[in-house]
Design a protein around this ligand. Structure first.
Ligand code: NAD
Length: 392
């Protein structure tokens, strides 16, 4: 099959196996070029391991820290006629590289919110690792089924308190225009907290602890985005921000509940990057395009793998990492500092459909977007007939 990108709005409905492998291998190479990390965790569970920040965490844990990694993701396998999701091919490529390097790897494809998935992971830990000394929680999902009641919850991306009118970029029509977003009802806020808040992170620890598979001094982090004034109305102070605040509550409770084993639970705030999750958020494609241009001009641009290398090399493994007033690790301060934000704000105020290509790095944004699905890598021949069926 010759595989070309099929983009529909903010998603790409297919993926390229060789391109995804190239993306994973580039991230591994970059990580290795920075050297290895001493005293890194040795048995690492990554929940949401197949794309974005979770995949980068798995790569750094394994290829810089030398860890055995156990991953959880929710990806679609390929058929003869339909490609797999990008996360499937990424995972296949990660396995291939780990195998070549003689490292342990296992990935469980299933719904991380379910009791069954947790039980399967615990079985694998018991059989292969004994205990885990790090758990990265990097899920991004629009829905969650409560494992006890069976009730399904859907998250929403809505402002809280009042209507919000803003500029946005329609990636489908490639147009900058105004959009008015209606405020959330309390039900929207509650449902978003149910999906993206800290409840499931805590359920993971309850299950791992009851099965005695948590090592003493285990480290865990969930990831968040805080942003600044430009994104607060649709992110930080919106439904998703309320869910992210719930992670702070969960981290505090985890630290108290598992103090006996010396668990260290953090929420880490990362910078905005192009991932499958962020492309779905209104306003973010415009904000990220302008932010990319500013940060590239200032020579401080970073993507997922650079951010996670920073996290592992300068912060999370320290005895007492630097924390903000809400006890979070902050990797986003280069994006959110006043100088960079003022430059982005300046561009934001001027941007319209005519000058977007000059003020924003939409080229960079869309190239990164296509790369998420394995398209646009120089080393890959996209006219080649490739087999979409790749097994793990
Ligand atoms: P992503 O869409 O690239 O990755 C999501 C991962 O979750 C994938 O591995 C997917 O398979 C997995 N997943 C989704 N639903 C699942 C389920 N039910 N069961 C098992 N696995 C499931 O997302 P991302 O952007 O890397 O986001 C990861 C975390 O980082 C999120 O908490 C997000 O809020 C945070 N974050 C993202 C950004 C950003 O700009 N993208 C910035 C800061 C923080």
């Amino acid at each position: 099959m010759v595989i070309k990108p099929k983009v529909r709005g903010f998603i790409c409905t297919n993926a390229h196996p060789k391109g995804c492998a190239e993306s994973v291998n580039q991230q591994i190479k970059y990580t290795q070029s920075l050297g290895s990390i001493n005293n890194a965790p040795k048995n690492v569970l990554v929940i949401g391991c197949s794309t974005g920040y979770g995949l980068a965490s798995r790569i750094v844990a394994a290829f810089a820290g030398g860890a055995k990694t156990l991953g959880v993701c929710f990806e679609k396998p390929p058929t003869e006629r339909k490609t797999a999701t990008a996360g499937w091919y990424n995972t296949a490529a990660f396995h291939e590289a780990a195998k070549e390097a003689g490292m342990y790897y296992k990935t469980i494809n299933g719904d991380a919110f379910s009791h069954e998935n947790k039980a399967e992971v615990i079985e694998a830990i018991k059989a292969d690792l004994g205990q885990v000394d790090m758990v990265i929680y990097s899920l991004a999902s629009p829905r969650r089924t409560d494992p006890d009641t069976g009730e399904a919850y859907v998250s929403s991306l809505k402002p809280v308190g009042q209507q919000y009118t803003t500029k946005t970029f329609d990636t489908n029509k490639e147009l900058v225009h105004e959009v008015t977003l209606e405020p959330a009802e309390q039900k929207d806020i509650d449902n978003t907290i149910k999906v993206m808040g800290g409840e499931d992170w805590q359920l993971w620890f309850k299950a791992l602890s009851e099965a005695s598979v948590l090592a003493d001094n285990c480290i865990t982090s969930a990831y968040t985005y805080i942003g600044k004034e430009l994104t607060w109305p649709i992110y930080g102070h919106a439904t998703i921000g309320k869910a992210k605040e719930d992670l702070d509550r969960a981290a505090a409770e985890l630290n108290t509940d598992y103090a006996d084993i010396g668990l260290k639970a953090y929420v880490t705030s990362l910078k905005a990057v192009v991932t499958q999750a962020s492309s779905a958020i209104p306003v973010m494609p415009l904000y990220i395009s302008l932010m990319y241009q500013v940060m590239k001009d200032e020579g401080v641009h970073e993507g997922v793998i650079e951010q996670i290398n920073h996290l592992f090399r300068t912060n999370i493994l320290e005895q007492s990492p630097e924390l903000d007033e809400a006890n979070r690790i902050r990797l986003d301060t280069v994006e959110t500092n006043d100088h960079i934000q003022a430059l982005i704000k300046g561009a934001w105020e001027q941007v319209n459909d005519d000058n977007f290509a000059e003020l924003g790095d939409y080229k960079g944004y869309s190239a990164d977007f296509l790369k998420l699905f394995g398209f646009g890598f120089e080393a890959v021949d996209y006219d080649e007939d490739v087999d979409p069926v790749v097994e793990w």
